[in-house]
Design a binder for this molecule. Structure first.
Ligand code: ADP
Ligand code: MG
Length: 342
């Protein structure tokens, strides 16, 4: 009996150490919406990886073109039609983004608003070039556009995907959600090819599924003010981690920084929050939520947590203080020493 037990143990140990080398990590870098996207898959299947990457690359190219807010493409055509009161039929992809953005708009108390492309353009953010320090737009022009209250919920879509707006000042800009949507699409394609252990990382915004041979994917959250890692999070299963901030893309005029995230209620760039990080299953929702939290600021972020049914949120305010939901506090592995001083 004892010998039999030993044999079982030995078989167990052999299984543990012999025969099953961890699957290699296959990696490739793609580009979408001005961001490098790092795709890593734990799998030995080279053919599946190559086929999936070809499909992802095509999908990203299509999205880049169709969703651009200021270069010719389907979204610009739609915005032009809306401005002149016309109906325009669009792709299922744009319909989905409109629907998701409308949900996020309602759930965030209109802090996430993908219809404020007019304001974003006015502030000079519709460019691929570095921002050149132009002065802010005239207060009166901002006031008028805010008073017109463009919202995604002004749109109606019929069964054939044809869109019309009750408000001609709606101008769609999916800059706050499209990256998340692209990451979701990439994960969907990987899974379709049987690649269930993967991480798609778009410049620090990512979704991870499965595991690294049973181990969690370990990721760092960047510190918005000091650079380097603010916190380390282990991700296993199916989760997205998205961060929005006012530290990466902004315009500077007369010593004042103007962030590329605008408060739709005032028409002015947000102040007060350096960054917001959200962990959520879906990347598009995490992306929209991170943007909404930056708009809500220290005083109102909890309203966005409730409205968007978020669980794990981390904010860094302009003073470097951290604000976390209890669930995020439990997740964060290591917080940089400098942050702990606050
Ligand atoms: P990042 O691009 O740094 O990941 P975000 O996800 O927050 O940051 O996206 C910022 C972009 O979202 C802006 O460049 C603009 O296109 C768009 N945007 C700005 N303000 C809002 C807002 N209040 N709601 C929705 N989208 C916004
Ligand atoms: Mg966002």
């Amino acid at each position: 009996m004892l010998a039999f037990a030993r044999l079982l143990f030995l078989i167990g140990v052999l299984n543990l150490f012999g025969g099953c080398a961890p699957p290699p990590i296959q990696q490739r870098t793609l580009y979408v919406f001005g961001t490098l996207v790092d795709v890593r898959v734990a799998s030995a299947d080279r053919n599946a990886f190559d086929a999936a990457m070809r499909e992802i690359e095509q999908r990203f190219q299509g999205m880049h073109h169709a969703l651009h807010a200021w270069q010719p493409g389907m979204l610009v055509d739609l915005n032009t039609a809306i401005a002149s009161g016309k109906t325009r039929c669009v792709s299922a992809e744009i319909v989905q983004l409109i629907e998701r953005s409308a949900q996020a708009e309602r759930a965030s108390g209109e802090r996430f608003n993908a219809a404020i492309g007019g304001l974003i353009g006015l502030w000079g953010f519709h460019t691929d070039e570095p921002l050149t320090g132009d002065p802010p737009p005239a207060a009166e022009v901002i006031r008028k556009l805010v008073a017109a209250r463009p919202r995604v919920t002004d749109l109606s879509i019929d069964g054939a995907g044809c869109v019309r707006s009750s408000n001609p000042t709606v101008s769609l800009d999916f800059g706050g959600i499209a990256k998340g949507s692209a990451v979701d699409a990439a994960i969907g394609i990987l899974r379709k090819h049987g690649l269930d252990n993967a991480i798609v990382n778009a410049g620090g915004d990512l979704r991870a599924v499965g595991s690294r041979d049973g181990l969690p994917w370990r990721i760092g959250v960047r510190h918005p003010k000091q650079g380097g890692a603010l916190a380390e999070i282990e991700v296993i299963g199916d989760e997205s981690v998205f961060t929005s901030g006012n530290y990466e893309r902004f315009n500077e005029y007369d010593g004042v920084r103007y962030a590329h995230i605008l408060d739709p209620q005032t028409g002015y760039p947000v102040v007060g929050i350096a960054s917001a990080t959200v962990i959520h299953k879906d990347a598009d929702w995490a992306d929209a939520a991170a943007t909404a939290l930056v708009v809500a600021g220290v005083a109102h972020w909890q309203e966005v947590v409730t409205g968007m049914q978020l669980d794990q949120v981390l904010l860094v305010d302009e003073q470097g203080h951290l604000h976390m939901t209890p669930a995020m506090q439990a997740r964060v592995k290591r917080v940089s020493a400098a942050s702990l001083n606050h």
